[in-house]
Ligand binder design. Structure first.
Ligand code: PMT
Length: 398
């Protein structure tokens, strides 16, 4: 809930401005007050009348409105809120924010404020990928601006890719997280994700097909509920989530050390596909082909990170969740794995060839707990993550 919180919502001039009408409604449903500010360009997309009707407050539009200067002033306006939200945050607004320009009311408020800022970028995919935008993004993040989205998807301009503004409920979740208002506020959670790579020699390694999609979605969903997340990731093919502490590792041994360094935590979720074995003697130089002779690799067992944490005495996280990647007897193997490793829950998924679980967008999971097995229908990995995060929040008393 956001009862008693005031959001200063700066609406930028992009087609996604229409989503702000829903965003205002969602914020007010949760008890927040919304002070709307519109740029001139925003008025080309939504009318100030619709915005003020939904916000129940007048829209601020003009830097040089002397009456308001006498009554309140832009400095005051920028500071009475608990959070400044810029949505849609266009490429133009991002550039002005990163460069410290203050040529209109919106940018002046952003320069004059000492209140945290969250922005929801929205623009054409090429504009988002442009080096200038990425530079501005890095600058804003370095300045402490929180960012939600953009999402991948079909865009109003007919192209597909990253650039679509986050949905109103995702922005609300990011606002709640930023204001420490979600059910996981104050909880620290470790998430492992992606594959590990075990070297054979300086140019070769053993690994698996994990893309990091499921682990990334879980971290994102936990952050949306207000958790502080330490995200320990192998070399994944998807980018890490926003709003988490990212710890990059390569081998299983590195991952164990990173997880131990991240403790204590309220919960730990092990979605990484960790190599069970490593090559016992990593060659110092590239192994050469020898005519007629095949190389023999001797293996050593890697530490089991999940079992190590689940079987800790003092300092064990209150909730330890493992995954089980199985190709047959999925539930039975997961039940045995839960008992063997000593974790609280196991999320079992089928990774047999043809399931598309590795690297795909969807997953079919079975939640194995001490109370039994819950079969969830096939759904997007993001939805699996949201349901799991909700369960974690309930288990931690959120
Ligand atoms: O990344 P994606 O492409 O989205 O794919 C998602 C996924 C299939 C990788 C994910 O949903 C998944 O199943 N992750 C666990 C993969 C795995 O290693 O499963 P496992 O059954 O081999 O291991 C069981 C559990 O022990 C896992 O929680 C694993 O992280 C952990 N483990 C395994 C070995 C080891 N040495 N240390 C561990 O901590």
């Amino acid at each position: 809930m956001l009862t008693g919180k005031r959001i200063l919502l700066i609406i930028g001039g992009g087609i996604a401005a229409y989503k702000c009408l829903d965003l205002i409604r969602r914020l007010r449903e949760r008890g927040a007050a919304v002070t709307p500010v519109m740029t001139r360009a925003a008025e080309e997309f939504v009318t100030p009348l619709s915005v003020s009707a939904l916000a129940g407050e007048e829209v601020h539009r003009d830097l040089f409105d002397l009456t308001k200067e006498a009554e309140m002033g832009h400095i005051q306006l920028s500071r009475v809120a608990d959070l400044l939200v810029v949505a849609p945050c266009t490429a133009d607004l991002m550039g002005k924010m990163a460069g410290g320009l203050a040529g209109d009311l919106a940018t002046t408020l952003l320069m004059a404020t000492d209140t945290p800022v969250l922005c929801a970028p929205a623009m054409n995919v090429r504009m988002w990928q442009h080096p200038a935008t990425q530079r501005n993004l890095a600058q804003l993040q370095a300045d402490g601006v929180a960012v939600v989205g953009p999402n991948d998807g079909d865009m109003a301009c007919g192209e597909f890719g990253p650039g679509r503004m986050a949905e109103p409920l995702e922005i609300v979740a990011a606002i709640e997280a930023r204001l420490g208002a979600g059910p996981l506020a104050g909880k620290r959670i470790i998430v492992t994700s992606g594959p590990t790579q075990e070297p054979i020699d300086p140019v070769r390694y053993i690994s698996n097909h994990s893309s990091g999609t499921q682990g990334t979605a879980i971290a994102t969903a936990l952050v949306a509920l207000g958790a502080e997340v330490v995200f320990v990731t192998g070399p994944a093919s998807v980018p890490p989530p926003q709003g988490v502490q990212v710890v990059r590792i390569t081998t299983a041994q590195d991952m164990l050390e990173a997880v131990q360094a991240a403790l204590p935590a309220d919960a730990a979720i092990f979605a990484a596909a960790v190599a069970d074995w490593r090559v016992a003697q990593v060659a110092e130089s590239k192994m050469k082909k020898t005519r007629g002779a095949l190389p023999t690799l001797e293996f050593a067992e890697n530490p089991d990170i999940l079992a190590t944490v689940a079987q800790m005495g003092d300092g064990r996280p209150g909730l330890v969740v493992g995954f089980a990647a199985e190709t047959d007897e999925v539930v039975a193997n997961a039940q045995a794995k839960r008992a063997r490793k000593g974790c609280d829950w196991i999320v079992a998924n089928d990774v047999a060839t043809g399931t598309g679980t590795f690297g795909g967008a969807d997953n079919t999971v079975h939640i194995v707990t001490g109370d039994g097995v819950e079969d969830w229908p096939r759904m997007a990995k993001a939805q699996v993550a949201e349901r799991l995060a909700q369960r974690v929040a309930e288990a931690l008393g959120g």
